[in-house]
Design a protein around this ligand. Structure first.
Ligand code: PNS
Length: 173
């Protein structure tokens, strides 16, 4: 049984993340999505919001579990009995940082392997930051995130006094 961890900020989770998660779950027996508690950038969504939204997105797949971590990724991986870290690569620009992280993680825990999956062509331009930016200026992010996340983005980015009522969304956050 090979367990793989898909770590990230997921602020918010995008169609690109979901594509990588789905493809990884077709290969590995079990996937643990690891949401980092304190990403380097201040997150738009709280940890609780990110945990809830990611759980909802993968609810249909019983081989996927969602958890959060604060501290070293390799410790989280070991705690879950996993031996693989999955990262998506979109463009060459991702490579340098990903290479550094993979090498550091290997130095910390040589028994853990980082596996890179190439983003599907339709998502090579997609990132959580770009989704937030488009949303902030009222642009259409359908197809880039799920309808649930679209609603959450509208609510999170609504200016005071605006966006209090969301069509078709009555969730708790
Ligand atoms: O979605 P992101 O922001 O690209 O994910 C980055 C993440 C969470 C994978 C990375 O920041 C991380 O692993 N953080 C945990 C701290 C850690 O283990 N650092 C040492 C290895 S670089």
């Amino acid at each position: 049984m090979i367990i793989a961890v898909v770590p990230g900020s997921f602020d918010p989770i995008t169609a690109g993340h979901l594509d990588i998660i789905k493809r990884a779950s077709d290969i590995y027996d079990r996937i643990i999505i690891g949401i980092v508690v304190n990403p380097s950038k201040k997150p738009l969504f709280s940890l609780e919001e990110r945990l809830k939204m990611v759980k909802e997105e993968v609810a249909g797949n019983t081989a996927i579990e969602v958890d959060s971590f604060d501290g070293l990724l390799v410790e989280f991986v070991k705690m879950h009995g996993a031996r693989v870290i999955i990262r998506g690569l979109r463009a060459v620009s991702d490579f340098e940082h990903e290479f550094q992280m993979a090498q550091l993680n290997r130095k910390l825990s040589p028994e853990i392997e980082t596996i890179f999956m190439m983003a599907s062509p339709e998502y090579t331009y997609l990132s959580s930051s770009i989704v937030k930016e488009i949303s902030q200026y009222g642009g259409d992010v359908s197809g880039l995130v799920s309808p649930n996340i679209e609603a959450l983005l509208r609510r999170a980015l609504a200016k005071p006094g605006e966006g209090k009522e969301l069509d078709g969304y009555n969730g708790p956050y």
